[in-house]
Ligand binder design. Structure first.
Ligand code: NAP
Ligand code: MG
Length: 399
């Protein structure tokens, strides 16, 4: 069978530990036999990042911007223990943080659903994609512990000296104060990323705030989303038969819990922090969750939501064939290849990616899986395999 050709390359960002081991196996067994892979390779292994003072991470981010599509392996975020373990020059910043900042991007998490692993929310039949605004609000706050009675004020001094002043509270005794902010530019970027990804996934976009209470602050979020939608995305959404739905955050939560999923839920920073953990835990397994970074100009970086699975790696180094679940890593690749095919107008590449996804899910649904899923599968697993055997099982169905 002739291999599928790629028109343009994807940026390939290699990583660390167990996911780095599986990365190779996935390419060798599931991709290279079928696709003439065209990638620009960046080694984001911890040592390489340290040696290059993170230059390699910035180069990889630039390549994602240029090529429009990237695929990333999980990477270690260094800490004191890693400093010693890898004999590093210094603590390197989180590569995901660097790439997200370089792309001004938003991270979306999407569960991978199979019919024999049941999440705790039984009405969620389709993936619920969650996007979290990653700037400002309570995460960049300024707080004061008020010692006793006094006047609390909110003051803004413009560059030209104009002052806007409001009384927050005439404090009668000890208490607490908090100042938070956000900026239009960041909210606009967030809105764009959400609408881009909604279109890309062919799903409705939901957004919610508490604008009835917070008329100025949350009201601004509501207005910006509406404006970006109306002026930049409405026509395309209508053409695709999709909807932008705005409601209050408490109403959104109530509706989400009774929905069947299958839409993108855009959340303000704190809502996203809380709700992403709820959605992830309700969906069953971290190993069945993909993560996509989307930039406001429409570049996409695909990865697994989980980390480098350090504990399995140490067992692997001792010679054990671990039963680490490669599904989210496989879906990172299929996401990137499908997007590449879509952007390049090469439908056979996209079709191959979709086929690999379908085959992976069918393998699990037929009872063949890794240990993490076997623990929660109903009906119980027929074959519990190590990662290598599981990847071989998928490969044998592909040919
Ligand atoms: P982790 O790699 O996500 O793994 C935590 C635990 O979850 C594992 O020990 C394992 O549980 C289970 N697990 C996760 N993925 C699995 C998979 N594919 N198959 C089976 N089980 C899986 O988190 P961590 O161990 O806390 O972090 C390790 C490193 O990853 C850290 O250095 C951290 O900085 C990095 N990290 C990177 C990213 C990223 O690049 N996006 C994200 C998160 C963390 P059992 O041991 O019980 O089997
Ligand atoms: Mg959280």
């Amino acid at each position: 069978m002739a291999k599928i050709q790629m028109k343009n390359a994807v940026a390939e960002l290699d990583g660390d530990e167990m996911t780095r081991i599986l990365w190779k196996v996935i390419k060798e067994k599931l991709l290279e036999p079928f696709v003439e892979l065209k990638t620009e390779y960046f080694d984001l292994g911890l040592k390489e990042r340290d040696d290059s003072d993170d230059r390699v991470t910035y180069e990889a981010a630039a390549a994602i911007k240029r090529l429009g599509v990237g695929v990333k392996c999980a990477t270690i975020t260094s800490n004191a223990a890693r400093l010693e373990e890898y004999d590093l020059k210094r603590l390197t910043p989180s590569p995901n943080g660097i790439i997200r900042a370089e792309l001004d991007g938003t991270v979306f998490r999407k569960p991978i659903i199979v019919n024999n692993v049941h999440g705790t929310v039984s009405c969620w039949k389709k993936p619920l994609i969650l996007g979290r605004h990653a700037y400002g609000d309570v995460y960049k706050n300024c707080e004061i512990a008020v010692p006793g009675p006094g006047k609390a004020e909110l003051v803004f001094t413009a560059d030209d000296g104009t002052v806007i002043r409001k009384t927050i509270m005439d404090m009668k005794g000890p208490g607490i104060l908090q100042g938070i902010h956000n900026v239009d530019k960041s909210i606009e970027s967030f809105a764009r990323c959400c609408f881009f990804y909604g279109l890309s996934e062919n799903v409705d976009v939901w957004f919610a705030t508490k604008d009835t209470i917070s008329k100025t602050y949350d009201g601004r979020f509501k207005d910006i989303f509406r404006h970006v939608y109306d002026t930049e995305f409405k026509a395309e959404f209508e053409k695709a038969g999709l909807e932008y739905f705005y409601t209050l955050i408490d109403d959104a939560v109530a509706r989400v819990m009774q929905s069947e999923g299958g839409f993108l839920w855009a959340c303000k920073n704190y809502d996203g922090d809380v709700m992403s953990d709820m959605v992830a835990s309700a969906s069953g397994s971290l190993a069945m969750m993909t993560s996509v970074l989307v930039s406001p100009d429409g570049a996409f970086e695909y990865e697994a939501a989980h980390g480098t699975v350090q504990r399995h790696y140490y067992r692997y180094l001792k010679g054990e064939k671990t039963s680490t679940n490669p599904v989210a890593l496989i879906f990172a690749w299929t996401g990137a290849l499908a997007k590449r095919g879509e952007l390049d107008g090469t439908p056979d590449l996209t079709a191959f990616a979709r086929k690999l996804e379908k085959t992976t899910l069918e393998t699990i649904e037929d009872g063949t899986m890794t240990g993490d899923l076997a623990k929660i599968a109903r009906p119980p697993a027929k074959h519990v395999l190590d990662s290598w055997q599981f990847i071989d099982a998928i490969a044998s169905r592909l040919t």
